[in-house]
Write a new protein. Sequence first.
Length: 170
Amino acid sequence: MKYVFPLLAIIWMLCASPVVAHKFSTAYMDVTKQQGQPVLLWKVALHDLAQAGLIQAKNNHQVSWQQVLDSEPQLQQYISERLRFNSAAGVCSMQTAAADWLVQRMQQDTFLLLPLQVRCDSNEGWQLSYKALFDSEHSHKLLLSWQLPPDKANAVLSAKSPFFPAIIAD
């Protein structure tokens, strides 16, 4: 009798239906300074870009480098619409070139590394506005490493808090 319950538990575990887990959508961004201007490195999962329709792939989990390169115009447009960097003088210009893009394997997923060059007319009041992938992945988060003096910090940006440093309400 003392073996009945453990045996039933083992049988139950073997017969239970498999659980399918939802994979969280997380991107990373490093913000540093070079030659007096901000430099951003956005690391975003290829799967997330494909799921958002920014990379045309038959299978969101198998994206080729050629498909990434073919999607450069869509990615460039998306970046200009969803990522903003501001200074005290207003909106800063931002650009990236596919020739600088890389892929990296991180946490069992393949990420596209997009270096973004920023040009601001002021070295004060810098702020990032991040509104990428929230339409296709409501739980999407950006893990931000902000290394611009005097505000060296790590932050999590989401659809509810897309700015860093945060906008302070009066």
